[in-house]
Design a protein. Structure first.
Length: 189
């Protein structure tokens, strides 16, 4: 719950600030809201590999000549991981810089994000198992947007590496490949 409140507070602070910066340096189409389907292939480095399914949203604003910022949130779920009867739900808000190269109807972007990830599952802990855990999250990746109209773009691919550190009884490291496909709405002011 603390992570959710921090995410809402962060987005509440960042949205007006980035909007003000974007107004002074960039045209109106430099602010976007993206909604994506983003499954993750999770590798817990202890031999436990599985897919999660999920979705996400992000708000991005261009600041200067392709450089911008992005705030992203993803929620993922895996039922009955590898037949163990254990479920996993993760909630990951993150933010950071993004660089976008645009040419006609194509925009290619790369980004590096940091944040936290909150998980609900069965996590090994000293003195027994715990049902929730919080960890630092680092994410690096990029994607392509294809403009369909002045206000809408299609994101055929987004791919990123996501590293988290949930307790797992071994290395406490998870490296995930997060894929995405979605729709992008251009916000005008």
């Amino acid at each position: 719950m603390r992570t959710v409140l921090c995410s809402i507070l962060f987005l509440g602070i960042m949205a007006p600030a980035t909007a003000a910066l974007a107004q002074s340096d960039q045209p109106a189409h430099e602010m976007d809201l993206a909604l994506t389907y983003n499954p993750q292939y999770r590798d817990a480095t202890n031999g436990n590999k599985f897919w999660t399914r999920g979705g996400g949203g992000e708000f991005s604003a261009g600041l200067y000549r392709g450089l911008g910022v992005v705030a992203a949130v993803s929620i993922n779920y895996a039922p009955n991981i590898n037949g163990t009867g254990v479920n996993l739900t993760t909630y990951t808000p993150a933010f950071g810089p993004r660089y976008t190269w645009s040419h006609h109807k194509v925009a290619i972007f790369g980004e590096g994000l940091v944040g936290v990830s909150e998980g609900t599952s069965v996590f090994p802990a000293t003195g027994g198992a715990q049902t929730t855990a919080h960890t630092f999250a680092a994410q690096a990746g990029g994607g392509i947007d294809l403009r369909l109209s002045k206000d809408v773009a299609f994101r055929p691919i987004q791919a990123s590496w996501l590293r988290t550190g949930f307790p797992n009884g071994a290395s406490n490291v998870q490296n995930s490949l997060q894929l995405g496909v979605g729709v992008v709405f251009r916000l005008h002011h």
